[in-house]
Design a protein around this ligand. Structure first.
Ligand SMILES: Cc1cc2nc3c(=O)[nH]c(=O)nc-3n(C[C@H](O)[C@H](O)[C@H](O)COP(=O)(O)OP(=O)(O)OC[C@H]3O[C@@H](n4cnc5c(N)ncnc54)[C@H](O)[C@@H]3O)c2cc1C
Length: 512
């Protein structure tokens, strides 16, 4: 009798796995992989597509060193034990070590460069006054309590509890309205250095979701108010049970995470067309590996579109022959409904660029920042992760555009990087040496060959203040499930690995 009940309850599950077309997941970044895991846990079959050579989405890396063991993040690098609750177990499961984190003790700064500048020197970031420090320390606990209460109430995935009007305003206004006078300088740096906009543009909704107590503490560094600084080597086992920010090779983490997915993962494969006119979606994909790209179709029971949903990514702008098309910028030919078009035309991104650049003159374990940032595509952050490698990681963004991908091309941003770093004198910079104009040996020109890798990313999908105030998340949420299509990305919460994983899981837990 018991066996009969068990069998009859399991039957639908087996039938579903056996007879249904798979759920097609487009995007093998953290969101898509988390969705695929969640779907398989519910016995759905899945098939995943991604145009990148390997899984991980924006968690890619450049490796050098004798055996390729030196990791340079091209995307995500930072993890916090306190707030990355879904992520930390995945990192541990992958056996990827927690590496020395960027600590925020002493920062080195270079100014925005003007066309007339020949060489600029890096300088120590100005030390705040005791009054400033006292004010900031006073404000941190109040901010933390307020922020945590707000995020608990409204910060659920897809903001399904509604977006209160006072969170739709830019973060600068929110801070001032709530009487914070010391924190703005830190909050602005924490947004600008990471490509998350600034006090003037980034809605409080997102800035608050991002800036949790642990991250704010990292930026304020318990009173030494500098923003980026030297690396402090930390034994890899120290991380466990401690709060704090460390780094992890997320690319290796997600390669491991993907390896336990049973469904097929087609990497180096662009989804070029989705036909939703029939009873279930039919997806066309092109494998990009060969000189003669192969076009194939896949029937899908449902679609999970797990990437930033800007209009350019959801409309075709190229031919479908494959050979001459830049699949990094060409979107999917899919007949968007008028309501989908009206929502996705309002999504904006940061044009964010990362590089791996050979610069032996830069000392290891030091970080440099451009503050204030120039908003013209100049690199804003640079770190050298390893002793024994001449490679630095660079991060650039700009200029700010409210919707769409932004106009700065990867070639233009690469040139701006070459021009900028060729004119900054990093030579005497080390954790121990003082930098002043007498102690410089000049800027060293960077050539094209020094740039080992340079990438542009679709980063930080978000809506603007005005659209938030007009209830755009309600409209976005109403799209879920229409024509068997589900949408999951940083837009569902915030552009961080932790929220990407949560977004992928939540979509499946709610709708499947
Ligand atoms: C330089 C940089 C630094 C970062 N640092 C951090 C950090 O320190 N900590 C942190 O938590 N987060 C960081 N992030 C953010 C983090 O990487 C993202 O939040 C996360 O990767 C988002 O995951 P996702 O799966 O939603 O999207 P993505 O990672 O963007 O994955 C989407 C995937 O969809 C694929 N795709 C899109 N369209 C198609 C198509 N038509 N056909 C096939 N495939 C398609 C893309 O190729 C991509 O691989 C950083 C990101 C960048 C770029």
């Amino acid at each position: 009798m018991r066996l009969n009940i068990l069998l009859s309850s399991l039957l639908p599950v087996f039938v579903r796995a056996a007879v249904q077309d798979p759920v097609c997941v487009v995007g093998a970044g953290p969101t898509g992989l988390a969705a695929a895991h969640a779907l398989e846990a519910k016995n759905y079959s899945v098939v995943i597509f991604d145009k990148e050579l390997e899984v991980g989405g924006k968690c890619q890396a450049y490796y050098d060193g004798v055996d390729g063991s030196l990791w340079h993040p091209m995307g995500a690098l930072v993890v916090s034990n306190a707030s990355y609750t879904e992520t930390v177990p995945i990192i541990k499961d992958a056996g990827v070590p927690f590496l020395p984190g960027l600590s925020v003790t002493t920062g080195w700064d270079y100014p925005p460069l003007s066309p007339g500048d020949s060489v600029v020197n890096v300088t120590r970031m100005p030390t705040p006054t005791l009054d400033q420090i006292a004010l900031i320390l006073l404000e941190v606990p109040r901010y933390t309590a307020l922020r945590d209460a707000i995020v608990k109430r409204t910060g659920v995935m897809r903001y399904t509890n509604g977006v209160p009007n006072d969170l739709t305003i830019p973060m600068g206004q929110w801070l001032s309205k709530n009487g914070f006078e010391g924190l703005p300088i830190i909050v602005n740096a924490s947004l600008q250095l990471i490509g998350y906009g600034d006090l003037e543009h980034t809605p409080a909704l997102y800035a608050l979701k991002y800036l949790s107590a642990d991250l704010l503490a990292w930026y304020t560094n318990l009173g030494t108010v500098n923003f980026v600084g030297e690396f402090h080597p930390i034994p890899s086992d120290r991380f466990i049970n401690e709060t704090g920010f460390e780094c992890a090779d997320y690319h290796a983490v997600f390669l491991h995470y993907a390896s336990s997915i049973h469904g097929q993962i087609h990497t180096n494969t662009a989804v070029t067309k989705i036909d939703r006119s029939g009873p279930s979606p039919v997806l066309t994909h092109v494998s990009l590996g060969s000189t003669q790209p192969q076009t194939q179709v896949q029937n899908c029971s449902h679609l999970v579109l797990a990437f930033p949903p800007i209009l350019e990514a959801l409309q075709s702008t190229g031919s479908s022959s494959g050979a001459t098309v830049d699949w990094n910028t060409t979107g999917i030919d899919m007949d968007l409904s008028p309501s989908e078009t009206s929502v996705f035309s309002r999504v904006g991104l940061t044009a964010y660029f990362s590089g791996a650049v050979g610069m032996p003159q830069v000392p290891p374990q030091v970080a440099f920042a451009q503050l204030p940032t120039a908003d013209v595509g100049q690199p804003v952050l640079m770190t050298k992760m390893h002793q024994g490698s001449g490679v630095v990681g660079t991060y650039s963004w700009g200029p700010w555009t409210p919707t769409g991908r932004g106009n700065l091309s990867v070639e233009e941003a690469r040139n701006i990087l070459l021009q900028t770093y060729s004119r900054v004198d990093f030579s005497p910079a080390s954790a121990d040496s003082e930098m002043d104009s007498e102690n410089t040996s000049g800027a060293i020109p960077i050539t094209d060959q020094d740039v080992r890798e340079f990438r542009k990313w679709d980063y930080f999908p978000r809506f603007q203040s005005e659209d938030l105030a007009n209830g755009i998340y309600d409209k976005y949420n109403a799209l879920q499930g229409q024509q068997k299509t589900y949408w999951a990305s940083g837009l569902n919460g915030f552009e961080m690995v932790e929220y990407a994983i949560q977004a992928g899981k939540e979509i499946v837990e709610t709708f499947f």
